[in-house]
Design a protein around this ligand. Structure first.
Ligand code: ZN
Length: 354
């Protein structure tokens, strides 16, 4: 049986290209088996499309090795890197946008950057990978927002105001377990302007990483469906990065969407990074999200190439096994199709217009 095509709310593949630009052809088109993604593996697995994040690392972040090590021993509360401004980040963000445009150019039609609902539908129908340019942390946009219009012209269609470090727009949650997501102040005035500008441009506004007061500010201001591209259920794993039942209810009310994050630290009940957790935590989060949000508001938000994943998933080629597990767990064919792809496509169409 052919794999079920799926759409994914978050990956950090562009970060791998940023760290090794001289190997980009091999990393994108070759079969290195490194990391979680490349075009041949995506095709094999049924990766129909997804959000590709532009994320500018902090200067001393390295490969986040220290952070990952600390996350192995809960409880933890990791210090956040300090704020970076547009001057420090804009050139790198442009480089990463350029990597995505390059990926499209060299893929001979096998991947296309989608800017409209029509682009998305065309890709899904023809089997091209539907790539969406996303920005995780809006550091590269100054408080005057001019650069937002430039990035929109380049193809940006989705943006989160913060990764976890603070920006001029708002405050992300620190990586803390256990912790509520209510960890600090809400959006700044510039942050509120950013929400309005994204609504005007129909850029999807991503709530993953934002703290609870910032979340509530967006919920009050935004006229678009509320979306957390890669977050899980706080009722199952009490990480600062996961969403409380109250937040899930607000998302449901807006006809929004949550993408299930495959990172073990946000899946495992004990908050540990260890990858030998089997399918159980994945299915528990899916059950809770479907129960709380309803069948039309849940999808995948893998965090491929940005996190440690359960061994049972491994890399993008593990998604067909996840889909099998969902079936074995009792999810009917219609629900599987919704979670795998249809909910994301419909959400993006509602947000962008058709
Ligand atoms: Zn993230």
């Amino acid at each position: 049986m052919a794999n079920v095509p799926f759409f994914d709310g978050h990956n950090d593949f562009l970060l791998r290209l940023l760290h090794a630009p001289e190997r980009r052809e091999l990393l994108w088109l070759g079969e290195t088996r490194e990391g979680h993604l490349d075009l041949p593996r995506m095709k094999k697995a049924g990766f129909a499309g997804g959000l590709f994040a532009i994320y500018v690392p902090s200067p001393h972040e390295g490969d986040m090795g220290d952070i990952q090590a600390m996350m192995d021993n809960p409880p933890y509360d990791l210090p956040l890197p300090s704020l970076m401004d547009a001057g420090q980040t804009q050139a790198i963000a442009v480089t990463m946008a350029g990597h995505l445009l390059w990926m499209e150019r060299v893929s001979n039609g096998a991947m296309k950057i989608c800017r409209t609902g029509a682009d998305l539908r065309h890709c899904i129908e023809t089997g091209s990978v539907a790539a969406v340019m996303h920005m995780e942390g809006a550091e590269a946009i100054g408080p005057d927002l001019d650069a937002l219009y430039v990035f929109h012209d380049m193809g940006l269609r989705s943006l989160g105001p913060v990764w976890s470090r603070p920006t001029v727009f708002g405050h992300g949650v620190p990586f803390r377990f256990p912790s509520s997501p209510d960890t600090g102040p809400g959006l700044t005035e510039a942050g509120k302007d950013l929400v309005r500008a994204c609504n005007e441009l129909k850029i999807m506004f991503d709530l993953s990483h934002l703290n609870e007061k910032g979340f509530d500010d967006v919920a009050r201001l935004s006229d678009a469906p509320l979306v957390a591209t890669h977050s899980n259920a706080h009722a199952v794993t009490s990480s600062s990065r996961n969403l409380t039942d109250r937040q899930l209810a607000v998302i449901r009310e807006s006809r929004g969407m949550v993408g299930l994050n495959f990172a073990t630290v946000f899946l495992r009940e004990d908050g540990r990074k260890a990858t030998d957790c089997g399918w159980d935590p994945v299915l528990r989060h899916l059950d809770h999200l479907v129960e709380t949000l309803g069948e039309d508001h849940v999808g995948f938000g893998s965090d491929f190439d940005g996190a440690e994943l359960p061994d049972v998933i491994g890399d993008v080629t593990g998604v067909p096994s996840l889909i099998d597990e969902m079936r074995n767990h009792g999810f009917g064919a219609a629900l599987v199709e919704k979670i795998a792809r249809k909910n994301w496509i419909s959400l993006l169409e509602r947000t962008w217009g058709t």
